[in-house]
Design a protein around this ligand. Structure first.
Ligand code: ZN
Length: 146
């Protein structure tokens, strides 16, 4: 009678042999709104609503946990564009405040809305590339699904 070996509970050579994922390519594909695995299927079904799975390769997108990170990253990016520009312009040219507000506020709004979906896609792509949350096909035992 054969005895079954217990399932590996930690790192083994077999558990380490998994599909290689190019994190940078996955991030770029997500930034373009495409599936991080195949780069063909659409990642979003609405402005910020991630689709359930890829229409081309069938990758399940539901394990993503982007949460508030895209919004935080957009604030950092847009803030680092608007604030230094406003300081330089105010220091060197001192235009009227109304003119500054008429330029900075719409730019901030448009840039934030324009970056939100690509940044969220990049976050989802990064999570897939790093096997975060449910994107790991071979998760270690003892970690409950998110
Ligand atoms: Zn795909």
């Amino acid at each position: 009678m054969e005895t079954m070996s217990p399932a590996p509970t930690g790192w083994t050579r077999e558990t380490a042999r998994v599909e290689k994922r190019d994190v940078w390519a996955a991030l770029k594909r997500g930034f373009r709104g495409r599936c991080p695995r195949c780069g063909e299927g659409r990642l979003f079904r609405a402005f910020l609503k991630v689709d359930d799975n890829c229409s081309v390769c069938g990758l399940d997108f539901t394990p993503h946990r982007a949460d508030d990170l895209p919004a935080y990253l957009v604030i950092v990016i847009v803030g680092h564009l608007v604030v230094p520009a406003a300081l330089v312009i105010e220091t060197n040219y001192s235009p009227p405040v109304a003119l500054q507000l008429a330029v900075y506020l719409p730019f901030t709004l448009i840039a934030s809305l324009a970056l939100l979906q690509p940044v969220k896609g990049a976050v989802v792509g990064l999570q897939w590339g790093l096997r975060m949350h449910g994107f790991d096909d071979n998760p270690p035992e003892g970690i409950p699904p998110v």
